[in-house]
Design a protein around this ligand. Structure first.
Ligand SMILES: [Zn+2]
Length: 481
């Protein structure tokens, strides 16, 4: 029997607010010594009362607006009760019945097709502490760090409308792009500020019913692993169904070394959590004016920026999609166009896509980690226009610019790649013609393919510093004489 995967995604995004969700501890805990960002509230000490972070709520609401959600004018927090050592209070403050945002969608392109997936809800909650397992004096121990406890999170839940790992990846990538554009999170999967949990199950192809079971995948820290884990589950569940059995309702982890999922625990249902309204935080009523102001202050989002690039710079949809993938890259492009006296967006786009983006992808580094400024690329293009260096040398210099952060002039001097002057080039061309009189004669007799050989000789004499077009023009002119 053929099966169709039914996939829903639950994605947690850690907000980059200065303080935590319900206390004034710093939320910038990454790399800090354990338990140095704590207080009675985030340690869950008896009698400590939470106060909600206004900026975090506004960030969650902006995300809701960007995801085309219905923004509720009323909302409240609930307690999600469960016991785990990283949860000091024995419950997590979350949202159950009235999240900040409901019923939205995310639209994105996958393999050249536009896909639209509905978002069920985007609710707020607090993060938990972190457990580390270690060995101290030959004993296995578990260590707990509460620095992360109480950091604001938004959980975005999709409808189970996804039917392939490609679409799952596209959805998660678009959500990451939107959150970064909003400036509400760095969504760094390696640091754990974006965590993806796919629910995967299978149904007979052609059926519209939801499967009677669901497997939740946890702790996956890259888009590639999300795809691999989903693919693995599709194969594993198919084998179980083929035997006439039903896969267990459970939570599974991803083992990136063995390239397989493994069972972690039986899955809880919502009623196991005994949700009830958080008595220490009053419910919220937002005015229409407040929501209108949030909407008026939204930054330009990826789709809007892409449309503006197509319109303003007359570039292809494909180029504009690449240039706007990352908000920093888009700004770099616009600033270079401004810094380069001739403008020429297409030329700059080609350099950024062909040279810069390729290297960033290869090295898996963000643009912000480089010392590259738009003025340097503009200067390099100008030097190429003036014939000071050849395009081939410019590409080499650009690569060195990216790694060293030095400017074009410095690097050109350091590596001695100034293009030779036209006067000097004329001399070289004349010399090559003289030294290769037989070949020149063949060319004159109509054997055009020897032209490349002569150009090669010129490049050899100049150590590649001749502009190829100028060299070819001079050669033609001199041979005709
Ligand atoms: Zn605290």
């Amino acid at each position: 029997m053929k099966y169709e995967p039914v996939i829903g995604l639950e994605i947690h995004i850690e907000l980059n607010t200065k303080s935590k969700m319900f206390c004034s501890c710093s939320a910038e805990y990454f790399g800090a010594d354990p338990n140095t960002h704590t207080c009675p509230v985030c340690l869950g000490l008896p009698g400590a009362l939470p106060v909600a972070n206004k900026v975090a709520i506004a960030s969650a609401q902006k995300l809701g607006i960007a995801l085309h959600c219905e923004n509720l004018l009323s909302s409240k927090f609930d307690r999600k009760n469960y016991f785990y050592p990283d949860l000091a209070k024995g419950y997590q403050i979350s949202q159950y019945q009235e999240p900040f945002s409901l019923k939205g969608y995310i639209e994105f392109d996958v393999n050249g097709e536009t896909v639209k997936i509905d978002v069920t809800r985007a609710h707020m909650e607090e993060d938990t502490g972190k457990l580390a397992h270690a060995e101290v004096e030959n004993k296995k121990v578990s260590l707990i760090d509460f620095n992360r406890s109480g950091v604001p999170l938004v959980e975005i839940v999709s409808e189970p409308q996804i039917h392939s790992s490609d679409v799952a990846k596209g959805y998660a990538q678009k959500l990451q792009q939107i959150a970064r554009y909003l400036g509400i999170s760095d969504c760094d999967m390696e640091k754990g500020s974006m965590r993806i949990e796919p629910n995967v199950s299978l149904r007979p192809a052609g059926s519209n019913d939801l499967p009677q079971y669901k497997v939740e995948l946890k702790n996956i820290n890259s888009f590639r692993f999300v795809q691999k884990a989903i693919e693995y589950e599709i194969t594993r569940q198919t084998e179980i169904l083929e035997k006439g059995e039903t896969p267990a309702l459970e939570t599974r982890g991803w083992d990136e070394i063995k390239n397989k999922t493994f069972s972690q625990r039986a899955k809880e249902m919502a009623h196991d959590y005994r949700y009830f309204p958080e008595p220490d935080l009053p419910p919220y009523l937002f005015t229409k004016e407040y929501v209108a102001e949030l909407k008026a202050n939204m930054p330009e989002l990826p789709d809007e920026k892409r449309a503006r690039f197509i319109r303003d710079y007359q570039l292809s949809t494909y180029d504009c999609a690449l240039l706007t993938t990352d908000i920093d890259l888009a700004a770099f492009f616009e600033d270079t166009v401004k810094a380069y006296p001739k403008g020429e967006p297409k030329r700059i786009a080609n350099w950024i896509i062909g040279e810069l983006l390729r290297r960033l992808n290869e090295s898996q580094t963000p643009l912000s980690s480089l010392n590259l400024v738009p003025a340097s690329l503009a200067e390099l293009l100008l030097l190429t226009d003036e014939g000071k260096i050849t395009t081939a040398s410019a590409k080499e210099i650009f690569e060195k610019m990216i790694t060293s952060g030095k400017n074009a002039q410095e690097l050109i001097k350091e590596f001695g790649v100034e293009a030779i002057t036209t006067d000097k080039l004329e001399e070289v061309v004349e010399m090559v013609i003289k030294q290769n009189d037989k070949v020149v004669a063949e060319y004159k007799a109509g054997k055009e393919q020897v032209f490349g050989y002569l150009i090669g000789q010129i490049q050899r004499q100049t150590q590649g510093k001749a502009d190829p077009k100028t060299a070819a023009d001079l050669l033609v002119k001199k041979i005709k004489k």
